[in-house]
Design a protein around this ligand. Structure first.
Ligand code: AMP
Length: 188
């Protein structure tokens, strides 16, 4: 079950995180045995909780000199665009192979349940641009590492990664090394 994360610099827990944690459905053995799939679709069906989720990110990133939000296909496309619009940043889709029509750079990576690859259009990001990477969940951290690598190869600075859910047992946070990670809830 998902649980809210306590902010280290706050004495009280933001009550919005309780609602977010309780709106995530855990589906055992999907897409294969042993995986506890964290389903965010119930959260999306509740407009208040969906808005609370996006608002928590907007509150954190407004006025932080972030000019681009990069969302990871597919569920990073749900949370990334409303954050980008609210903070006045562009949105960069990081897509699965052969989805983007233009010239791309690619990065292969290993998932909790398989292998995959992320692609980004050449020219999507400018040299030295400050980018926030958004996805629904961090498990092993392989996907976010691939996203960071793609953006850094293009000359961008990834200032932080933001996810709704962290699976802390998989230690993905450690793989991100110097790139900070912000999450709203954790699931065990
Ligand atoms: P990882 O690269 O291992 O950190 O995996 C993160 C990516 O895989 C995210 O894009 C998630 O949407 C997806 N993912 C991995 N594990 C799960 C899980 N248990 N439940 C839902 N999505 C997952």
């Amino acid at each position: 079950m998902a649980a809210p994360i306590e902010e280290k610099d706050q004495t009280t827990q933001d009550p919005r995180k309780e609602g977010i944690a309780s709106s995530i459905r855990v589906v055992p053995h999907v897409p294969k045995g042993g995986i506890m799939f964290q389903d965010i679709t119930p959260l999306l069906l509740d407009p208040k909780v969906f808005k609370d989720t996006v608002d928590l990110f907007i509150e954190r990133y407004t006025g932080k000199d972030i000019s681009a939000v990069a969302g990871i296909e597919a569920r990073g496309f749900i949370f990334g665009p409303p954050i980008a619009l609210a903070i006045g940043a562009k949105f960069i889709p990081l897509r699965k192979p052969r989805k983007l029509p233009g010239e791309v750079i690619s990065e292969a990576y290993v998932l909790e349940y398989g292998r995959d690859c992320l692609e980004m259009h050449v020219g999507a990001v400018q040299q030295g641009e400050h980018v926030l990477v958004v996805d629904d969940l961090i498990a092993t951290g392989g996907t976010l590492c691939a996203a960071i690598s793609l953006l850094e190869r293009a000359g961008a600075k990834v200032v932080e990664c933001a996810c709704v859910i962290e699976l802390p047992e998989l230690k993905g946070r450690e793989r991100l090394k110097d790139t900070p990670l912000y999450v709203l809830v954790e699931s065990h």
